[in-house]
Design a protein around this ligand. Structure first.
Ligand code: SF4
Ligand code: SF4
Length: 222
């Protein structure tokens, strides 16, 4: 899931200073789980904007805010409120905000959140980064743990000389990810693979931006 954090409200007020009326779009997926774009946050934002003397013409929580076509269809019943607003505030991730830019080519669109990283929810509203979207996954060779993301140095072959009693030299609060990888490989009886696979430098060309992907083309792969 995409982890989002709320933008500073004063920064938001500065961005929207020239606008008077707003339609708010949240998201039922990641932003709801992060507490940045669910119903309570939409309500809270509405109160905040009204308190700042702005008009809120409507609020809506998309099923999946980054899905352009689906969100466009879901917004149809809000035609009247959307006509009355001079801009949109999106309370999801950057992809959700840019979906709104495509849906509303003639209106200003503002993000209420910052998109932080791709991660997992480990406890209620606690998130850990798990994947850096490198475009070529190598965790089949590292026991399912991503060294690119979990090692602060992104070392593909580790540990480095700084590992200290199993902890990372960058922060005592985190266990060295290469120690975790070793322990995991041992547990699943794949330690021999660690000798076999000295990982080659990554092909960063696979992460060249902007990236596009066709799921239809992917289906044709054997
Ligand atoms: S190797 Fe790449 S794709 Fe796989 S988890 Fe790590 S960053 Fe993500
Ligand atoms: S101690 Fe481990 S996790 Fe920390 S930088 Fe070195 S290899 Fe990476």
């Amino acid at each position: 899931m995409i982890i989002t954090t709320k933008k500073d409200r004063n920064d938001l007020l500065e961005s929207i200073a020239e606008n008077k009326s707003f339609f708010l779009i949240g998201c039922s997926e990641c932003a709801t789980l992060c507490g940045t774009g669910g119903e309570p946050e939409l309500e809270d934002m509405q109160q905040f904007l009204e308190g700042a003397g702005k008009e809120v013409t409507g609020t809506f929580r998309a099923k999946t805010g980054c899905q352009v076509l689906g969100t466009k269809v879901e917004l149809k019943p809000f035609k009247e409120q959307l006509e009355k607003t001079d801009c949109i505030i999106v309370m999801s991730c950057g992809a959700g905000t840019q979906a709104a830019v495509e849906i509303f080519p003639d209106k200003a669109v503002y993000p209420a959140n910052d998109s932080a990283f791709l991660g997992n929810m480990t406890r209620f509203q606690m998130f850990d980064e798990r994947c850096s979207l490198c475009g070529e996954c190598i965790i089949d060779k590292t026991g399912g743990i991503c060294p690119l993301t979990n090692c602060p140095k992104g070392l593909l072959n580790g540990p480095c000389g700084g590992t200290n009693n199993g902890n990372c030299e960058v922060s005592e609060d985190i266990k060295c990810c290469w120690v975790r990888i070793y322990e995991r490989m041992k547990k699943i009886d794949q330690l021999d693979k660690m000798d076999e696979h000295i990982l080659e430098p990554k092909h960063w060309s696979k992460a060249a931006r902007p990236r596009v992907h066709s799921a239809k083309e992917d289906k044709k792969k054997k």
